[in-house]
Design a protein around this ligand. Structure first.
Ligand code: NAP
Length: 267
């Protein structure tokens, strides 16, 4: 039996175990998926130990995504994002990937929303914002990054091909003409708040909210009222997991089974 797992701290709330377990079961793969919660100072020992013990793969979540980037061999996309959320162990050095990026692009694709040659606005320049900005630019979108701390957006835009940047006030100019919007801030998670005024939203827009608790954020309610296409953060969560599953197993992930397990886990 192959052993997979997730490392995070805290990790008890994670819905990855039921989602990945459902994927293995549906594909008849003899594997188990375990949660690990190392101390914040022990992530390097944890990853080295997992490798030594023959663990097949790990997901990495808060607060370890940046640490993992410095421990394993990141692929070129993870290297640009500066964070690793999926590790594949094998004969050589552990390989690191950032599947949050595919979580963004595959969420749009699943909802039949084109990215190539479209104008995208990413709100936020933290971990999720970096993944979204690189993913969308690589998929052919023009990207504008708006962040509360404008300097952080400008720093990210310098790294992303053709991207522009500004503070949250730049949303007033950018959102009305945009095709895609990603909320990659944590706004909407703790309280019923939104990072941008509802009147900027319009029916030509597809809105992905990375926030997945609650599933229906205020931003998505506003977007729905404006006639926009809405994509809940659970899709991004699903597709980052789907991409990890496929990296580990080399097998197409059973999306419906993993989606059903995710919905159960989030209830
Ligand atoms: P992070 O690295 O801590 O970044 C947080 C971002 O939110 C920064 O851009 C920060 O702006 C902004 N922000 C925080 N409070 C704000 C406020 N009151 N007003 C405006 N902006 C604010 O966090 P992260 O890892 O990127 O995660 C961001 C969100 O994405 C979280 O809700 C997380 O759960 C979600 N997420 C979802 C998935 C998924 O699969 N669905 C994957 C990854 C993350 P400053 O730079 O100005 O501080």
């Amino acid at each position: 039996m192959d052993v997979y797992g997730i490392v995070g701290n805290p990790v008890g709330h994670s819905v990855s175990p039921p989602m990945q377990t459902a994927g293995f079961a549906e594909r008849g793969i003899d594997a188990t998926y375990v949660s690990f919660e190392p101390a914040e100072s022990e992530i390097e020992q944890a990853i080295d130990g997992a490798d030594a013990l023959g663990i097949a793969g790990l997901n990495v979540t808060i607060p370890f995504k940046q640490d993992a980037f410095g421990i394993v061999e990141p692929d070129p996309l993870a290297a640009r994002i500066g964070a690793v959320n999926t590790v594949v162990f094998g004969d050589g050095s552990p390989q690191g990937y950032n599947t949050d990026a595919a979580g963004v692009t595959r969420s749009f694709a699943h909802h039949d929303v084109a990215i190539d040659s479209r104008e995208a606005v990413v709100v936020g320049a933290g971990g999720a914002g970096r993944a979204a900005a690189f993913a969308l630019a690589d998929a052919g979108a023009g990207v504008h990054i708006a962040n509360r701390t404008a300097e952080r957006a400008a720093g990210l835009a310098d790294e992303v091909d053709g991207a522009t940047a500004g503070g949250l006030d730049s949303l007033v100019d950018r959102v009305p003409s945009a095709d895609l919007l990603v909320n990659a801030t944590s706004v909407g998670m703790e309280e019923d708040a939104t990072p941008l005024p509802a009147e900027l939203l319009h029916e030509e827009l597809a809105v992905l909210d990375a926030v997945y608790t609650p599933r229906e954020t205020r931003l998505l309610r506003d977007a729905d009222a404006a006639g926009a296409t809405t994509i809940q953060g659970l899709w991004m969560l699903l597709f980052q997991g789907v991409e990890a599953f496929e990296r580990w197993t080399g097998v197409d992930a059973p999306i419906d089974a993993m989606h059903a397990a995710l919905l159960d886990g989030l209830e």
